[in-house]
Design a protein around this ligand. Sequence first.
Ligand code: FES
Length: 136
Amino acid sequence: MPIFLNIKLAVMQSRPTKTFKYSAVIAVFWGAAVMPNFTRVANVSDLNPGENKVVNVNGTEVALFNVEGEFFAISNTCLHRGGPLGEGMLDGDVVTCPWHGWKFNVKTGVSPVMPTAKVPAYQVKVEGNDVMVAVD
Ligand code: FES
């Protein structure tokens, strides 16, 4: 939990002075600002290993992948011309865009061919049977 970690770090690095008070307030505010907002997007059973699909997270199209039982999410929009990566062919942890063949690692969003090309990669967590994605 970033909030508690930040407070602990602030306590360890600061004496109980006015500076400490400001540091703690900033740490709490920063921790709260970066807490991911997860949205349920699928059941675990919706995607078998090696499968993928497009899901919607609060208006954002996301490509969701099952790589050997572990779920990953990246932007559904290909950097080339906007092709739907969630409809691409998954081979290991690399998806190939169905429109013109650009490739992206679904764990990182980085192109294995052109490392400077990267689509956003999103946090994923599984709770029970629910697959959840955070896009912020
Ligand atoms: S739109 Fe994806 S490769 Fe062209």
